[in-house]
Design a protein around this ligand. Structure first.
Ligand SMILES: NC(=O)c1ccc[n+]([C@@H]2O[C@H](COP(=O)([O-])OP(=O)(O)OC[C@H]3O[C@@H](n4cnc5c(N)ncnc54)[C@H](OP(=O)(O)O)[C@@H]3O)[C@@H](O)[C@H]2O)c1
Length: 321
């Protein structure tokens, strides 16, 4: 099969477009004929092996799995002997391994049926970015109707879901993004928009009940200045957390939370089937719509990852297979 292959960590130059054997599947796995795969920060972390702590899972000297990509949508090719929910020919979306290839391996418990309302390109970007947005809004911030929610990094992969999910929970949403993305965040439900290139949200005059920081480049004290005294800050992702552990700022937030009336929370990745089902249901009912900036051919995967690396994606990037 055609695949993007990497046998060492590094910049996008380590990626090669090659023919390799399809992955083998276990008894609880599904072999998916990939139609589209999502590109996200996690792919960049996997490619570079940064922060180093991540290599404990991905392989100390080189990647244990030679093909990047986790977020996927496609058609079931074969199933392991314990798989009961899917059969060959079913259309699915979810999380697996080897997504940047013609065939990927996914555990049955991380796949759901693809709703007909979504294209494969849209379906391939629901899970990896939708899950942290759902967990931040619903589980960590416990957003209630009428609450004022500030989302920083609102125009990117996670942010475009966070806006829509916060609206589902009845919040009054303020999105922070750069000038060219103001229309986008308004179009998916933001009630107010702050262009961070022209306006400072932490001006001491305005306070939010919930702040979801996805951009990851502001200090805790900066963020807390805009948070109400009993408000909740949720930090998504570990950018700016250093090369080793990658979690400096989120860990500091959890520690500081013990000494203040503000709740300061970090988000740990969770990939539960019921939550992927929830995202699928929200998409099926039209309450959330994946925002796709553009699609790339499989052979152009390196270009897509460079775009993510630059840190200014407009929604999600997709690889079509
Ligand atoms: N399971 C998980 O826990 C999980 C899953 C996915 C992602 N994450 C983490 O979530 C974080 C964001 O991921 P993502 O996929 O949303 O990234 P992304 O798609 O690259 O989006 C980042 C966004 O940040 C915005 N941005 C950059 N500088 C900014 C600034 N100074 N102020 C406000 N916004 C700014 C950019 O918009 P502008 O162009 O407007 O600046 C861009 O849209 C990463 O740390 C990632 O590792 C965690």
């Amino acid at each position: 099969m055609k695949a993007i292959v990497q046998d060492k960590y590094g910049s996008a130059e380590v990626l090669r477009f090659e023919d390799i054997d399809p992955p083998e599947i276990g008894d609880n796995d599904v072999l998916v004929h990939v139609r589209a795969a999502g590109v996200d920060r996690g792919v960049w972390h996997f490619m570079t092996g940064l922060p180093y702590a991540g290599r404990i899972a991905s392989g100390l000297r080189k990647p244990k799995i030679p093909v990047p990509g986790m977020d996927l949508a496609g058609i079931v090719e074969t199933v392991g002997k314990n798989v009961t929910r899917f059969k060959p020919g079913d259309e699915v979306l979810g999380i697996g391994k080897f997504a940047f290839a013609e065939y990927a391996r996914a555990p049955e418990k991380k796949l759901v049926s693809k709703p007909a309302v979504l294209t494969f390109e849209q379906a391939a970007v629901v899970s990896i970015s939708g899950l942290p947005a759902l967990h931040a809004v619903r589980d960590e911030a416990k957003v209630q109707p009428g609450q004022k929610v500030l989302i920083i990094g609102a125009a990117g992969g996670v942010g475009t879901y966070a806006i829509q999910i916060a609206k589902v929970y009845g919040a009054e949403v303020t999105a922070v993004c750069s000038t060219t993305k103001m229309d986008l965040v308004r179009s998916i439900g933001a009630d107010h928009v702050i262009d961070y290139t022209r306006e400072e949200f932490a001006d001491g005059a305005r306070h939010w009940d919930v702040i979801i920081d996805i951009a990851g480049n502001r200090s805790l004290s900066h963020l807390r200045r805009a948070l109400s005294p009993r408000g909740t800050l949720v930090i998504v992702g570990g950018e700016d957390g250093g090369k080793w552990l990658g979690l400096g700022r989120p860990l500091m937030a959890s520690l500081l939370s013990l000494f203040t009336s503000q709740r300061l929370r970090m988000l740990l990745p969770k990939e539960r089937l019921e939550d992927i089902e929830t995202l699928k249901d929200l998409a099926e009912s039209g309450k959330i719509t994946p925002v796709v900036e553009r699609t790339y051919e499989l052979s152009e995967a390196a270009e897509a990852i460079r775009r993510i690396e630059a840190g200014h994606a407009r929604g999600k990037l997709v690889i079509t297979v």
